[in-house]
Design a protein around this ligand. Structure first.
Ligand code: DC
Length: 215
């Protein structure tokens, strides 16, 4: 079990996917699960800040993740939401959804079930601290806010293009929400290896993680 945590734009998903491919491990994107739940809540007209409603939704609707060429195919309640969950409308609400303790409990249960057997690389905010504190390798990726905002901006598709300053501002707000929430806030596990990716290429980070996994 390899846990890769850190703030948005530090390179988690790209690195986690590549490490999983190199090692022949399965890959779990825990953020995609919070995004899928947020999509369903908005689709059903629920208020993302309604903790009881969101917890009930998280408990009843199973999120399915299956490997695809471009990463993971994500579906919830019979809808394929792979593309929709990356839209900025989801990013605007997902931190609020992910802060509800009941939602987190349901997600953590599901993530433990999924990674219960086999070899996994999972990325998120609390994989090494809460979901799988027993992970054999814990990585915490960090990078300067400016660099993270530039990376996220470069990933945006033409139809969701926004100004770099807006991406940076939203990212800063999301970092603050994710790090200060009461329920499992974003922080590195005591036994995590912290890697600052600000001046590293993806390949360098992947090599570093694979070397540590092999050690
Ligand atoms: O990694 P991402 O941007 O897809 O994550 C989306 C949101 O979900 C982010 O605001 C933090 C939250 N999240 C979380 O609270 N715990 C996780 N394990 C993964 C994501």
């Amino acid at each position: 079990m390899i846990a890769i945590d850190g703030p948005a734009g530090a390179g988690k998903s790209t690195v986690a996917r590549a490490v999983a491919r190199r090692l022949g491990f399965a890959y779990l994107d825990t953020g995609a699960m919070y995004r899928a739940l947020t999509w369903l809540a908005l689709d059903r007209g629920l208020d993302p800040s309604d903790g009881d409603a969101l917890t009930a939704l998280a408990r009843t609707e199973e999120i399915l993740l299956s490997p695809a060429d471009s990463g993971l195919r994500v579906s919830i309640a019979g809808h394929d939401v792979t593309v929709e969950i990356r839209a900025s409308g989801i990013g605007d609400h997902v931190s609020v959804v992910a802060a509800h303790p009941g939602v987190r409990m349901a997600m953590v249960d599901a993530q433990r079930r999924i990674t219960g057997s086999g070899n996994w690389v999972a990325d998120g905010r609390d994989v090494g601290t809460v979901v799988r504190p027993d992970a054999e390798l814990k990585i915490f990726l960090v990078a300067d806010l400016d660099v993270r905002a530039m990376r996220r901006h470069a990933e945006l598709s033409a139809d969701s293009m926004r100004e770099l300053v807006d991406v940076r501002r939203d990212m800063e707000a999301r970092d603050r929400l994710d790090s200060t929430r009461e329920e499992s806030p974003l922080h590195a596990a005591d036994d995590a290896v912290v890697i600052d990716t600000t001046r590293m290429t993806i390949e360098e980070v992947v090599d570093d993680v694979v070397d540590r996994a092999a050690a």
